[in-house]
Design a protein. Structure first.
Ligand code: SF4
Length: 327
């Protein structure tokens, strides 16, 4: 339906979520199985949390996944892979992200890595609240516009890409792929209930190949601080880490309750949105990011493999301690 509003091409951020999962779950396996890097690995796709971590927990930087967030991955690929395949001059592409998130506005110029295509990878972010106001102000009957498919080659997504929007969804999606990477098989049951629901901190243990993976999922920054303090304390005392993998989302409920969403979200509304997401996941032909045929083709044709040199150049970022206020 967005094409009816004048966009020349429309990509789905859920495809970017599948790609973020591919990179992040490979990072997890590198650290957890091969000991290359700090444990726990902490997810990085929430720019509200990235900003908080750089200011308040900079000592956690080595624990952070370097994978960019989904819309940044789509942005950089639209101006490289897509532009090359379609014969479009990337200088002529203006990328607009429609996001549930006000922090994404800051993210698109956060650091030089956000210009990895040679251009600003995403040019502007509109929140869903802003976008819906623009639609209403223009008198467009949005609900009755016919549906249309996202543009390939950056197009279709899996159930794992969809659940990114709810607290616990990134962890669940990453574990589906990490399990496959470690065992060579898909989980018999891909629904991981331990990660779901609105409890502020969710913890659990997942057995992969006889090894216990301890996970924590935190949303809302007070809950995040409490999980990080546990990790810091264990580190300071030289104890075993309480978790191997931590998912963090700054907003309560995750992006379904994001700061750029229409005002008035209650827990009931958050749960309804999350429930819609899990239904969409169940209805997908593929439910794991590594099964996405477009992702497989992207790696075959362009990136080589997850964590390759090219993947690192385009799809990863880095972090630095920042002062609370710019002087
Ligand atoms: S949880 Fe909130 S701050 Fe984080 S990406 Fe989602 S909407 Fe943005």
């Amino acid at each position: 339906m967005l094409k009816r509003l004048g966009f020349d091409a429309v990509f789905d951020t859920n495809f970017g979520a599948d790609l973020t999962i591919m990179e992040e779950s490979n990072e997890f396996v590198e650290r957890f199985v091969h000991g290359k890097g700090e444990i726990p690995l902490i997810t990085s796709c929430c720019p509200g949390w990235v900003d908080y971590m750089e200011k308040y927990y900079p000592e956690m930087i080595p624990h952070f996944s370097s994978a960019k967030s989904p819309h940044e991955m789509v942005g950089v690929l639209s101006k490289t892979y897509y532009a090359e395949k379609k014969g479009i001059n990337p200088a002529k592409i203006f990328g607009v992200s429609i996001m549930p998130c006000t922090a994404k506005k800051y993210e698109i110029t956060r650091i030089d890595d956000m210009y990895a295509s040679g251009y600003q990878d995403i040019d502007v972010v509109l929140t869903t609240r802003e976008f819906s106001r623009m639609i209403k102000a223009s008198g467009i009957d949005f609900l009755n516009l016919p549906d249309s498919e996202p543009d390939n080659i950056l197009g279709d997504y899996t159930g794992a890409g969809v659940i990114f929007g709810a607290t616990g969804g990134v962890m669940e999606a990453a574990l589906r792929t990490a399990y496959y990477l470690i065992t060579g098989q898909n989980l018999k049951k891909v629904d991981i209930e331990e990660t779901r629901g609105l409890e502020g901190i969710k913890t659990g243990k997942i057995n992969i190949n006889g090894k216990e993976v301890r996970i924590a999922v935190a949303h809302g920054l007070a809950n995040v601080a409490s999980v990080l303090d546990e990790v810091k304390e264990a580190k300071a005392k030289g104890k075993e880490m309480p978790y191997h993998f931590i998912e963090v989302m700054a907003c309560r409920g995750g992006c379904v309750g994001g700061g750029g969403q229409p005002y008035g979200a209650t827990d009931e509304i958050r749960m309804k949105r999350a429930s819609g997401i899990y239904t969409d996941d169940k209805n997908q032909e593929y439910r794991c990011s590594h099964e996405n045929p477009f992702i497989k083709k992207l790696y075959e044709d362009y990136l080589g493999k997850p964590l390759s040199e090219k993947s690192h150049k385009l799809l990863h970022t880095h972090y630095k301690p920042r002062p609370l206020y710019n002087r």
